[in-house]
Design a protein around this ligand. Sequence first.
Ligand code: GDD
Length: 400
Amino acid sequence: MKIEIPRDCERMGAVQIYGLQKVYELDSGGNSGKLDTSHNDVIRSIPSEALYERQKNMAIVVPVKNERLKLIEGVLVGIPHPCQIIVVSNSPRGPVDRFHIEKEAITNFCKFTNKKVLVVHQKDAGIAKAIELAGYSELLGDDGLVRNGKAEGMIMGTLLARWLNNKYIGFVDSDNYFPGAVHEYVQEYAAGFEMFDTDSTFVRISWNSKPKVMENSLFFAKWGRSSVHSNKTLNLLLSHFSGYETEIVKTGNAGEHALTVDLALNIEYAAGYAVETHHYVNMIEMWGGVLPPSESVASRDKVTICQIESRNPHLHESKGEEHVEDMIDASLSVIYNSPLCPELLKREISEDRAMRLKLDQPEGVPPVKVYSNLSTLKLDTFLEHCEVAFGSETEALSLV
Ligand code: GDD
């Protein structure tokens, strides 16, 4: 892959946010076994072998809820072979057992690809038990099972990626129409880890375009509505502390992202669709050097956020206007309710929100649920009991 080096960087304490990097060649060739260090001042050429080496240690988590089988299959097809795929499904078990149907389709995929895919239902009782014993019951609902939500499925996926000893974890949504786009995202995750080879690297993808049909022709929109809001607000937050206006953040709610498992196990996850924006906020809270250091947070020399602009258009299932409004609200809520958020920005967020939701007057943004830092979960206990869950009759869990 040929990819430009980042032009800009904003620093807050140990957190480094690099500017968006463009990809110039999706495949710039291999190196026949030699380490290719050929690059000029502005472009890095990363041989395909190096990408595959990273992917051998990478789990790709695919969250699923009621998606069409053809879409899920297309997503699996796009994931490079060396990656460990983990499907976390929250599809209904009745009256039609959608999860069973998904498992059958994935088993078929595995037969043809000679791959092992871990398929787990979000309501798996064995995993829930392991989470409870590990002291992280806040993730469980009244029924003792993992709560609904994409973020909740992501947490489960993160723990399973660790259980399978992966070094990196990436996420791709299961409602993507283009297997080629999925393939590109995972290649870019690997490229990010190759360029920023640290224990605390976070790679986030900004889609090049999102095609829409407008007046009978295709229009390639650059930004989704929720991205516009979360990027702008995160940039205002950074500007407040640096004193310089910035536009560095382009991936405020990037669903397509990857990070080291080490970092993933040491940050907070916000519920539902606030999860991606909260990762930015939480990393700045913990390592940005503004809030007083907390005893429970281990210090880190450097936390690197790398943003890569993909080339494929991103075409996914459209879930409607109301869904977008909910996503915007959730994303802004985690910024508004962060102890980092200055009064001026709070005012701006609530005035903006009042206009967007046509409220009579600006009001506070209700907080969304934020789960404790995953470091508070007793990992050894979880891993031990996860082993038990796999060995037992846990019907829903299978490595197919
Ligand atoms: N396991 C699990 N559990 N998966 C879920 C759940 C759940 O409760 N709810 C949704 N999903 C899956 C969907 O099947 C899909 O693959 C993925 O999570 C994303 O959900 P969507 O509801 O399709 O989200 P979106 O496409 O509108 O938004 C995406 O892009 C945003 C950025 O524009 C998501 O990735 C957002 O998180 C992201 O911010």
